[in-house]
Design a protein. Sequence first.
Length: 318
Amino acid sequence: MCIRDRQYIKTKIQDEYSVVVTDTNGCIGYDTVSLKVSPMPAVNIANQEICIGDSAVTFDVGAVYKTYQWNNNALDTNKTLTTDSPGEHTVVFMDTNGCVGNDTAILSVHPLPTPDLGKNDTICADSTVTFDAGNYAKYIWSPGGNTSQTILADTSGYYTVEVTDTNTCKQKDTVQLLVIESPKLDILKDETKCPNADHTFDIKPFDNGNGPYTYLWKSGSTGSTYTTSDTATVWVIVTDKYGCSGIDAGSVIDNADLEVIITPSPSVDLCFGDSAELVPNFKASNGYSFKWKWPSNDSTTAEKITVKESGTYNLCLL
């Protein structure tokens, strides 16, 4: 290609260029120059992702150049940049030919998942509770190794789930479950009483350490005792402070023909200075009255007596 009458030309094509010049005196001169076109330096740094709390990542230009500068910071002049700051990170680099290139990589820092098993829970024996970790990509529970979103629990202890979200970020949550043994009652008995007398059932002696308690009797009454003059089967539901319930039952029948048994019976052997307690098989709470008499002609209407003297002790049950 021949270009006339120009002092200079512009080009980006690698080649040898010659020029012939003529001055005002008609003298001619010439020169030749070679243009070498070097390729622009180029890299492709991959974007990266981490989770909050992960170790910092390293971006690497990869190729070797003369100079580097990251994020327009004169202090960051290495081939690599180690960072945990989210966002774009740009590097400008220059090769030995003075050609300048650049590339930008993005660091995404993902928040951690937030599984929530709720507050610590308390249930009664023979019940279950469902713990739900929320909607995530993966789950692993301990104890047990279950890999589902929810589990059913019926045993006291700590339950931990580790979840993994779609960004592969992981987080754990733990909840405590307390399983309360339901009240096991064996207080009320089958009792006898005199006809037309009252009998009082008393559930108050029951205490498994989980009080205070509430009571609901068959009749609908809510006290710790229940008094009846009828012959009947009676039950009571006892509920503890955790809401766990148990049931106890007893009955009462009329008996006009009483067989009295005194314990110890029929005789007691004591050493001098010792004493013995005589206890009949009937109770004042069942509507019975007592009249004791012994050798010194003393007497009492107590339900049971303590004796130290030799002799015969008589009890009349009314």
